[in-house]
Design a protein around this ligand. Structure first.
Ligand SMILES: *Cc1c(COP(=O)(O)O)cnc(C)c1O
Length: 462
């Protein structure tokens, strides 16, 4: 054992190895040092356990190299989404297009006119570049954009209802992912929740009976991630607006996802668009920038000028302001909505959601073709299934899709799943009834070769 320990190569030998040094070129040497130290520590442990009989520099170097490559990969990196959930909150929600990303790169790698008025040569307004497009698309009188929709709800309530009452239907007191709960946000804003109706039914008279001198807002919340079926009733936005007008109380709708395009065009059942909600007369509406809108994480608030002025002047607005990256992505994405056919083509979320069934099947066939050509040891079967929009948008609504079912002798679905997630470009699929599925709805055409590469490695390991 002592002899083996004595034979361990010196750290410096690795640190002066040209091949290893080339791998950290331009990156901190820290990564190579750590890879060497980790590898040698492991070796010492193995020696002490009597599990090593000889020491060879080249095989140790191979281990250092592998560890180094792992360490060098950023912790936040690309994955391939084969879950069939288009807006997958855990996988980064909305992907953005290359053309939008190119614009972003140009804006952020140098200086920009973020808060500079080039005509006047002095300080300008941060949101000027977004206001025009949002007004153009929706007809809203005024606009405010913050960090996310959760922030938007908090800001609207703080600015318009602090110390006063907000009337909300009991059936809309929702919790969505990441501990966002309407009653808690309400408490945080300093507004007082006045809950009306019952879990399954709320009528216009319930709101009307609750209105007092203390009422600051009537609030409607999109029940994004659940639905009550059966004996139910809720008050349409338009009726709530009429009631609000009668008593001089503004109406605010948290739309959650917020789409600019009618989802019936995807074969789904009707959901009001942002434009519909504004047309029905609400005073303020808010929604996310990276759900069905398909842009960057943001909370977009639209509505009547005098209310938006109060919202924009509130100190929380400054605390929740968005940065230039978000602005660049949102502006470049929103422009496509000026021509709907372009939105379907250029905004990845809409491109994925509107894929013809046959196009999804073609991707499945492409994958199977590559694998057959490469003599993959497992079995691939194309099956029909259902994908979902996700992101807490349109619960219960499903889209037809095709999946490639993978079976490999001796590997249970959970094990295939674990290994597919362990590669340099991880693939996240889904398991249904003990079968491992790759849902091709959310796999981009250009990702298919990478999926195939992972599958081949999986087959070899097995
Ligand atoms: C998603 C959602 C939110 C939160 O939006 P984020 O942009 O994720 O902060 C708030 N309200 C509703 C109804 C939602 O669906």
């Amino acid at each position: 054992m002592r002899e083996l320990l004595r034979q361990i190569p010196k750290v410096d030998r690795f640190l002066s190895d040209k091949e290893l040094l080339a791998l950290v070129e331009g990156k901190p040497l820290f990564f190579l040092k750590k890879a060497v130290n980790d590898t040698l520590a492991e070796l010492r442990l193995q020696i002490s356990q009597g599990r090593v009989t000889e020491i060879d520099y080249d095989s140790l170097k191979e281990k250092v190299k592998r560890r180094l490559l792992e360490l060098l990969r950023p912790k936040l990196h690309k994955v391939i989404n084969a879950t069939g959930v288009v807006l997958h909150t855990n996988l980064g929600r909305a992907p953005i297009s290359r053309s939008v990303a190119e614009h972003l790169v140009e804006v952020i790698t140098g200086y920009s006119n973020l808060e500079y008025d080039l005509e006047k040569g002095r300080r300008g307004l941060r949101y000027r570049n977004l206001e025009w497009i949002l007004k153009e698309l929706t007809g809203a009188e005024d606009v405010c954009v913050v960090n996310n929709n959760a922030g938007a709800v908090l800001l609207v309530l703080s600015a318009l209802a602090k110390g006063k009452e907000v009337i909300v239907s009991r059936g809309e007191l929702i919790e969505i992912g990441g501990s966002f709960r309407i009653p808690d946000v309400m408490a945080q804003s300093g507004a007082v929740l006045r809950e009306v109706g019952t879990t399954n039914k709320t009528h216009l008279r319930d709101y009307e009976e609750a209105i007092t001198e203390e009422t600051a807002l009537l609030m409607k919340v999109h029940t994004s991630n659940y639905k009550i079926l059966g004996f139910t009733a809720s008050v349409p936005t338009r009726e709530l607006v009429e009631l609000g007008r009668k008593y001089g109380v503004p109406v605010y709708e948290d739309l959650g996802s917020g789409s600019f395009i009618d989802v019936r065009k995807l074969g789904l059942s009707y959901e009001p668009t942002v434009q519909d909600v504004l047309k029905s007369g609400v005073d303020v509406v808010s929604f996310s920038g990276d759900k069905l809108l398909g842009g960057a994480q943001a909370g977009i608030i639209l509505g009547r000028r005098e209310l938006l002025q109060r919202i924009k002047r509130h100190p929380l607005n400054r605390a929740l302001r968005i940065d230039k990256m978000t602005l660049a992505v949102l502006e470049a994405t929103l422009v496509y909505y000026l021509e709907e056919s372009l939105a379907f083509k250029e905004i990845p979320v809409w491109k994925l959601l509107s894929q013809p069934k046959e196009a999804i099947k073609a991707k499945a066939k492409e994958l199977v073709k590559i694998m057959e050509h490469e003599n993959f040891k497992g079995k691939l079967t194309i099956i029909e299934d259902e994908a979902e929009v996700g992101g807490g948008a349109l619960p219960l609504q499903r889209l037809p899709t095709y999946c490639v079912k993978i079976s490999v002798k001796g590997l249970p679905a959970e094990e295939i799943d674990r290994r597919m997630r362990s590669f340099a470009v991880p693939v996240v699929g889904r398991i249904k009834k003990d079968a491992y599925l790759l849902d091709m709805m959310t796999v981009f055409e250009e990702e298919i070769p990478q999926v195939a590469e992972n599958l081949l490695k999986l087959g070899e390991e097995a």
